[in-house]
Design a protein around this ligand. Structure first.
Ligand SMILES: Nc1ncnc2c1ncn2[C@@H]1O[C@H](COP(=O)(O)OP(=O)(O)O)[C@@H](O)[C@H]1O
Ligand SMILES: [Mg+2]
Length: 304
């Protein structure tokens, strides 16, 4: 039976959903924390030690969570993911996709490079230059958003609305990520989350925030939507620009009706989405991992 590692420190609902979906398809899966893995550079030994997989590496790994930590700690976790891929173990999403998307500066750059609509963004170190950019934007009637380079679930995001807000304009860990605020179409505040698997938009929802921050973790309400083909196309292109097996793409429709990509998540949650969509996301993910990356579990059993 194929054995899959689900990297996570907090399996919760998502871990259980995945495990069930893998089990239904004849695959065994284990939760492992990346913090418990090791590189061992020693002749005759497996160079990557994953608890429970000391004799044989897993058939695939599904990355549900990468723990935070110092730069060195995070680099080690990414090293483990890169090393697995180098040893031909499928890593879903792989370490490079995670690196690209966890870093909001690189995400913005790659989206723009791919010719996809994404807000005007500046990423820099210098305080007075950051102030000058923010001042110019406010003078031109624009609002600005500041974000930590490595953030998720709305953490640390602020909006600069007036000149006096510039007093507290601070970088996050020494870096300023400034982005023009996009006023969304319609009443209130909302954006869309499109879930893409293997180049196909499989589900979407609208997230209605209590304020301009539309993260589910910040109390945004999830609503089902008909997925417009233009939005689906854009989400698929965004996932491709970041070279992801699957992705959660955040899209805002601006007041002119144009779709704008805000973010591409390589480790997206889907509990909120699952509550308003009629496909089973975990099953689609498990099918994709197995279908594209594993030999058929049935064939393996027969051969054994
Ligand atoms: N440029 C922007 N214009 C308008 N709203 C934004 C902008 N950037 C972020 N937001 C709002 O903040 C939320 C979180 O931003 P996002 O970049 O997705 O970071 P996170 O990784 O924390 O989810 C978005 O879902 C959106 O509601
Ligand atoms: Mg987001």
């Amino acid at each position: 039976m194929p054995r899959i590692v689900i990297f996570t420190d907090d399996p919760g609902w998502h871990g259980r959903q995945l495990r069930l979906a893998f089990a239904d398809r004849g695959c065994d899966s284990e939760y492992v924390s990346l913090a418990d893995c090791r590189l061992v550079i020693e002749a005759g030994k497996l160079p990557i030690v994953i608890p429970g997989f000391e004799k044989q590496l897993p058939d695939a790994v599904f990355v549900r969570g990468v723990p935070g930590g110092s730069l060195e700690e995070v680099v080690l976790y990414l090293d483990i993911l890169h090393a697995l891929k180098i040893m031909q173990i499928p890593v879903y999403n792989d370490g490079h996709a995670i690196e690209r998307s966890v870093d909001k500066g690189m995400t913005s750059f790659l989206l723009h490079q791919a010719g996809l609509p994404t807000p005007l963004t500046w990423v820099l170190r210098n305080h007075s230059e950051a102030l000058a950019i923010a001042e110019a934007e406010l003078k031109n009637g624009n609002l600005l958003i500041t974000k930590p380079l490595f953030g998720s679930q709305g953490e640390g995001i602020r909006r600069i609305e007036k000149m006096t807000d510039l007093f507290w304009l601070t970088g996050s860990h020494g870096v300023y990520y400034l982005q023009r605020f996009i006023h969304c179409a319609g009443n209130g505040f909302s954006d869309s989350r499109v879930f893409v698997i293997n180049g196909r938009a499989v589900a979407a929802m609208q997230r209605r925030g209590k304020s301009w921050l539309n993260n589910v973790a910040r109390g945004a309400r999830c609503e089902s939507i008909e997925l417009a083909s233009e939005m689906a196309d854009l989400a698929v292109k965004a996932a491709a620009a970041l070279k992801m097996d699957y992705a959660g793409v955040d899209i805002i429709q601006d007041r002119d009706g144009q779709y704008v990509v805000i973010e591409v998540n390589s480790i997206p949650a889907w509990k909120g989405l699952q509550s308003v969509c009629d496909v089973n996301v975990a099953e689609l993910l498990a099918e994709d991992v197995i279908g594209r990356y594993l030999k058929s579990p049935l064939k393996t059993d027969v051969a054994a």
